[in-house]
Design a protein around this ligand. Structure first.
Ligand SMILES: [Zn+2]
Ligand SMILES: [Zn+2]
Length: 418
């Protein structure tokens, strides 16, 4: 065959798809219990939305964004992340002027032209939470507690939460000044990227993966020593709420967020056993973003997580997923009249919410019974000439072998009772 899946993408095939649905269901349930409602936005947006929100100089915009021009010459991009589209929808629907609070969750595919590697894809699936409308540090703690509850509900073990505060526009200026002073004597030894970051975004030097830059940043000043009183107070209160909600965390001052609109709390959930790509969710407060993309200044906090790494972590820890779907009843019809008779009770059973399986390709009674056993069905509904005459299919319990001719209503009641 000539057709192959695009590099960096993957199919989600049964039974794997059942695991994905299970994880999504748990996320929906936990998000709902905190009052978050689902929002779905298009998978492509005007490219400019991401250029404004991610920063024109960011790797995402420079190298990783899937851009395309449509028939009318407009430039769009496949979304590389979920927050900017949610904020665009929030502003476009005037929620910045009407809603006191907005609580959204989303799930869906994101796209980045990146070198594919374990746990990293070009089409990847994220879930996320966005709380918009308050600067209260309770909400920083709320979104973190939600993610922690989600991971715990799934049974994930050995993960940890790291938090930091990146300050606000005022105190991060002071901090960036201190960073420049620190790196100034070794400027020539920084990698080319970091030399570019030095002026515009020196915090990102702390995030650089180049080994020599890692060396050079030993002893660099910590953001936490440069927080002003308000930011200090915000961080302390967020931490207090986390402690009151029994959410364990460690403070990691090296968590950086590269863009101006990020403020205050930043956090990551990490599973060490995943290796190099060990962050399964991350987020923080983004009080400056809504104004940046043209809305009214509105404080917000949220996070995004990756389904691939999460499911990989669950599998590697041997966490059990719900059993594969087995039929409640396997329909066996012998002969032409039995087969045409069988269609109606089978549809009535399905309409009652019971899973009925049927395979018209199996010929002999023996091969049909074998298929019923292999399907792990609880019952077989057997229909031969006699059953057609009686208008009562035979219901056979496949675990104890008992069988009985029953009316359709009796059959439905019997299956539902067990
Ligand atoms: Zn501040
Ligand atoms: Zn560097």
């Amino acid at each position: 065959m000539n057709y192959k899946i695009p590099r960096g993408t993957f199919d989600i095939i049964p039974p794997q798809s059942a695991k994905w649905n299970y994880v999504k269901d748990v996320f929906r349930r936990v998000a709902s219990s905190f009052g978050y409602e689902e929002i779905t936005t298009p998978i492509f947006e005007m490219a400019e939305l991401f250029e404004r929100s991610s920063g024109e100089s960011s790797d995402v915009v420079q190298k990783e964004m899937y851009r395309f021009t449509d028939q009318k010459g407009r430039t769009f991009a496949l979304r590389p992340e979920g927050t900017a589209p949610v904020v665009r929808a929030f502003v476009e629907n005037h929620l910045d002027k009407t809603a006191a609070h907005s609580k959204f969750y989303y799930m869906g595919p994101m796209f980045r032209y990146d070198r594919p590697q374990a746990g990293r894809y070009r089409q990847f699936y994220q879930y996320g939470i966005e709380f918009i409308g308050s600067n209260n540090p309770y909400y920083d703690a709320e979104v973190i507690a939600l993610e922690q509850m989600f991971l715990k509900e799934l049974g994930l073990k050995d993960f940890r939460l790291e938090i930091n505060s990146v300050g606000c526009g005022n105190c991060s200026k002071e901090y960036e000044k201190a960073l420049r002073e620190f790196f100034q004597p070794v400027f020539d030894k920084l990698c080319e990227d970091c030399q570019n970051r030095y002026e515009n975004n020196p915090r990102r030097i702390l995030d650089c993966k180049v080994p020599s830059c890692k060396e050079l940043r030993h002893g660099a000043p910590s953001q936490l020593d440069y927080l002003d009183d308000d930011c200090q107070d915000h961080f302390e209160k967020a931490r207090l709420y986390l402690e009151q909600m029994d959410v364990d965390y460690v403070v990691n001052p090296s968590i950086v967020r590269g863009l101006d609109y990020y403020t205050n709390t930043a956090f990551e959930f990490i599973v060490d056993s995943l290796g190099a790509q060990n962050t399964i969710a991350g987020g923080g407060r983004y009080n400056g973003l809504i104004e940046q993309i043209g809305g009214r200044a509105t404080p917000a906090v949220g996070f995004a997580g990756g389904f691939e790494r999460l499911i990989l972590a669950l599998e590697s820890q041997g966490i059990s997923f719900p059993e594969e779907l087995a039929p409640d009843v396997y329909v066996i019809a012998m002969g032409e009249s039995a087969e045409s008779y069988a269609m109606r009770p089978m549809q009535a059973i399905r309409k009652a919410g019971i899973y009925a399986e049927y395979n018209p390709d199996k010929s002999s009674f023996k091969s049909q019974m074998k298929a019923a056993d292999q399907s792990k069905a609880r019952y077989a509904m057997i229909i031969g000439e006699e059953e057609v005459t009686l208008d009562k299919p035979m219901l056979k319990n496949l675990s104890d072998g008992t069988q009985e001719n029953l009316s359709l209503n009796q059959i439905i009641d019997r299956i539902k009772d067990n």
